[in-house]
Ligand binder design. Structure first.
Ligand SMILES: [Zn+2]
Ligand SMILES: [Zn+2]
Length: 389
């Protein structure tokens, strides 16, 4: 079964919603206009229940199927927020707000899930219920986590949950998915080095924290290259160094900040432990002191085995077997949907965005041609997971 005809019929309408959202980007939890558009449309489509206010601006629409023999509820999730950057696409529907831009395609995700809502409310060819979850603050605020903390799963008894992200570089009409870690855990570390400041002309009377920081950057690379099993993967990047105030003064302190990306909880634990033991002793060998604070961010996005197999089948139904890669390479980027996947089994899939600019660049744009493919995937997933008894 290819793209669903009824969905292809209102592709243009969904693209118009997408372009309207694109022109009015909002960031973090402050997605009031977007959430308002979503709530209004869900009402128009005839959703049976609409829950607002989770994580402030999160919205959940519930659609009942024709029957409810199974008593099951499938959750489909989209993110609504944009990024704090200025758009350079030159598109006629470009952002109307300097410094805010839909550079990750969440405008497309929101519009596609609305398209699925319209189709599912109209046809109701399923048993049980579907919960359409629209979350704020995927880009850094952990909006999905906050929706869970605000009782999403108490208010709606969701059995399985699915997510989707457009993927630049993957051909249009293709899907990619894998069992296990598909997106990375995104942790940060903050190192404070304390030496002994003094006159830049008398280094022998000081403990120079900049020398410690400079060598520490190189030494930290050995955690991934020498300590970690080469068949595992991790990224450890130092992204900020701050020290010093004058060209003739040796600073007393230096700060080294960075990020750690991992695809496996065990690797994540290992790197955190290794950093905690390595950094203070490395600094001590120079006579300096160093403390490290390791902050865990979004966890690894882990696709459950059965649901991943099922999602790949759905994708094959929509685009054909040769256009679904069920062992796609994981990404070292992070994804807040991971919190929902930690609570319920489910799967996160990549949707081809064609040969577009990369995510988070000022020339990126969501590809409207992907809309019927993504919406058909959502619709088919619900009909297949919840067949009418
Ligand atoms: Zn993003
Ligand atoms: Zn994104």
């Amino acid at each position: 079964m290819p793209v669903i005809n009824r969905i292809a019929e209102f592709q243009t309408e969904i693209a118009e919603w997408r372009r309207d959202l694109h022109a009015h980007p909002e960031v973090l939890f402050d997605v009031h206009r977007t959430a308002g558009v979503v709530t209004e449309k869900l009402g128009e489509f005839g959703c049976d229940e609409i829950i607002t206010g989770l994580a402030g601006t999160g919205v959940v629409g519930i659609i009942n199927g024709r029957s409810n023999v199974s008593g099951r509820t499938i959750g489909l999730r989209a993110d609504m927020d944009a990024l704090p950057m200025t758009e350079k696409t030159g598109a006629p529907y470009s952002s109307k707000t300097d410094g805010k831009m839909h550079a990750c395609g969440h405008d497309g995700h929101t519009a596609m899930l609305l398209g699925a809502a319209k189709y599912l409310a109209e046809t109701r060819n399923f048993d049980g219920r579907v919960a359409l979850i629209f979350q704020p603050a995927e880009e850094g605020g952990g909006g999905g986590k906050v929706m869970l903390e605000d009782g999403l799963l108490d208010k709606v008894a969701i059995d399985e949950v699915y997510g989707m992200h457009n993927w630049p570089g993957m051909p249009l009409g293709h899907f990619g998915i894998r069992t296990g870690g598909i997106m990375a855990a995104t942790d940060r570390f903050y190192i404070d080095i304390e030496g002994l400041g003094g006159h830049a002309a008398r280094p022998q009377q000081t403990i120079d924290p900049i020398i410690v920081a400079a060598q520490l950057v190189t030494a930290l690379q050995t955690i991934v290259s020498r300590n970690l099993d080469p068949l595992e993967s991790a990224v450890l990047s130092v992204t900020m160094i701050e020290a010093g105030e004058a060209d003739n003064v040796i600073s007393r302190t230096a700060k080294v900040t960075g990020t750690v990306r991992t695809l496996d909880g065990g690797v994540q634990d290992f790197i955190e432990a290794r950093l905690n033991e390595f950094v203070p002793s490395f600094a001590a060998s120079f006579g300096a002191k160093a403390s490290i604070r390791y902050a865990r961010g979004y966890p690894v996005t882990v696709n459950a085995e059965a649901q991943t197999r099922f999602a790949a089948e759905v994708a094959r139904d929509v685009v054909g077997a040769d256009r679904v890669d069920d062992d796609v390479a994981p990404s070292m980027g992070g994804e807040d949907f991971s919190f929902m996947l930690n609570e319920r089994p489910g799967a996160y899939i990549f949707l081809g965005n064609g040969d577009s600019s990369e995510l988070h660049t000022d020339t990126y744009d969501f590809n409207d041609e992907a809309i019927p493919v993504g919406v058909s995937y959502w619709a088919r997933l619900v009909e297949k997971a919840l067949p009418i008894a």
